[in-house]
Structures are given as C-alpha cells and as structure tokens.
Design a protein. Structure first.
Length: 255
C-alpha cells in the first residue's frame, strides 16, 4: 500500500504504528511533526487544504489520506482524477481512536493500532484519576486560531475535562476577545493551526487587552505546540499532560 499523507495527523499515526515505510509523500507540516521523515527524502506536496492534483498523480499513490482541516473542492478534484481518497473528520476522542484503528487496518497493522489506542486511553484515565484530587476546576480557554478567534475542537474539550478543568465556550466556534475577557479564564492555551510553538503570546495578550486577566497575571497564558492539541493523533497525550500541568501544577510535574 503506497500512501500519500496530506495531513500531519496521518503521518503521526503511521509513525505510532511503525509504518512510515508506507508513505510515498507527505506535506511540509508532516516533516515538522515527524522529524524522522526528514531523512527519508520523500516528495513534499501541498496539504489537504491546498493540494494540487497534478503533483499527487505524479506520485502514483494507492491511497491518499486526508484529515481535517481540508477543502472539499481539493478532495473532489483528487477523486475526479481517479485516485482513492480516505478523508477523516474526527470530532471526539472516540472518533480519533476509530481513525487510528482504520489506518491500522489499511496498512495491515491492526495489533499496533490497538496498542496505540489502548495507550492513549490509559494516559487519559491516569491523568483524570490524578486530576480528580483537585479542590477546584479552573476555567480554561483554548484557542485554535487567532484571526478570527476560534475555540479549539471538541476533543480538546474532552482533554480539558479529563485534566480537571472546565472548557470555556463552544468547541470549534468563533468567539470575540471581549467575551473571553468577560469570562476571565484561569488558563489560556494558544495552539494555532500550523504555528507550531510560535504563537507570540505576550504580543497577543497586549493587543487584545488581556494582560490583566487572571491567566496572564498568574503566568498561565501560554502557547501549547500545535500538534499537541490540534492534531488528532497519539500526540494529544502530550497536550493532555501540558493542560494538566497548567491547571493543576500542585498535582502534575514535568517527568
């Protein structure tokens, strides 16, 4: 099976299954998320938002795997060219577990997929058990994008709740700086799509007039790397732990 990955989550899942060898191409974002790919010399293509059919056809993949966010027009063009496409659109942790198992079936690595899912479930359960000891549940604002302001996805809400917090707002919906200021969250986590760990937190807080919010005053307004919250893959466990340490530093410490 020759697979073309149009999203970092797909490449991260294949890495967790020990099946990077199945890839015949990936995006530049995949190279950032999976450094092991850099030494493989794979062709680099545009992602599932801006993919171009010509460059994909040139790689002759058996299957193109895309995941959110993607443009339907881009995927439709690939299908029209006669290439099979697997388009993943998870909303919850349960969806992500199912997608990992699906990719595992595609590359004949069902056992490895089951192991990866079990490890994620166990990590969530362990963090939740520790977080249950907390005396309070802080209010947490997680931001997926800054122009416009967009709340993080539903699975991030699940992570926040597992880590002993209360998710502010509606997952995946647009919000306003004034609404967040009025709520005055205890924790602010910036995880902008495609920005990695490069969100200019101090500048954003100042520009929005958020420097006096509790999260900013207490040093709990931070950037969490993109792949730890936005990417529906096993790396979400790292995002869970980062959130837990932000919310309950008295219970969670760096390993």
């Amino acid at each position: 099976m020759r697979i073309l990955s149009l999203q970092p989550s797909v490449s991260l899942v294949l890495e967790s299954l020990g099946r990077l060898d199945a890839l015949v191409g990936c995006t530049r974002y995949c190279l950032d998320a999976v450094p092991a790919l850099r030494s493989r010399g794979l062709p680099v293509v545009r992602d599932s938002w801006s993919s171009e059919t010509e460059e994909i056809l040139g790689l002759s993949p058996d299957l193109v795997i895309a995941s959110v966010p993607y443009r339907q027009e881009s995927l439709a063009a690939i299908l029209k060219a006669g290439l099979p496409v697997l388009a993943l659109a998870p909303h919850s942790l349960a969806d992500i577990y199912a997608d990992i198992r699906l990719i595992g079936a595609v590359v004949d690595s069902r056992e490895a997929a089951g192991t990866a899912v079990a490890a994620m479930r166990q990590a969530v359960a362990e963090v939740a058990a520790i977080a249950a000891k907390a005396t309070r549940r802080p209010l947490v604002y997680c931001e997926e994008w800054g122009k416009p302001l967009i709340h993080s996805q539903p699975w991030v809400k699940e992570l926040v709740e597992a880590a002993g917090g209360v998710f502010l707002g509606d997952p995946g919906k647009i919000t306003e700086a004034s609404a967040i200021a009025e709520a005055d969250p205890d924790v602010i986590a910036f995880a902008w799509c495609g920005a990695g760990d490069r969100v200019p937190v101090d500048r954003v807080l100042a520009k929005r007039g958020w420097l006096q919010l509790k999260a900013a005053r207490n040093g709990r307004a931070v950037c969490i790397p993109d792949e730890l919250l936005n990417t529906p893959a096993p790396t979400l466990v790292g995002g869970l732990r980062a959130l837990a340490m932000l919310m309950h530093p008295e219970l969670f410490t760096l390993d």
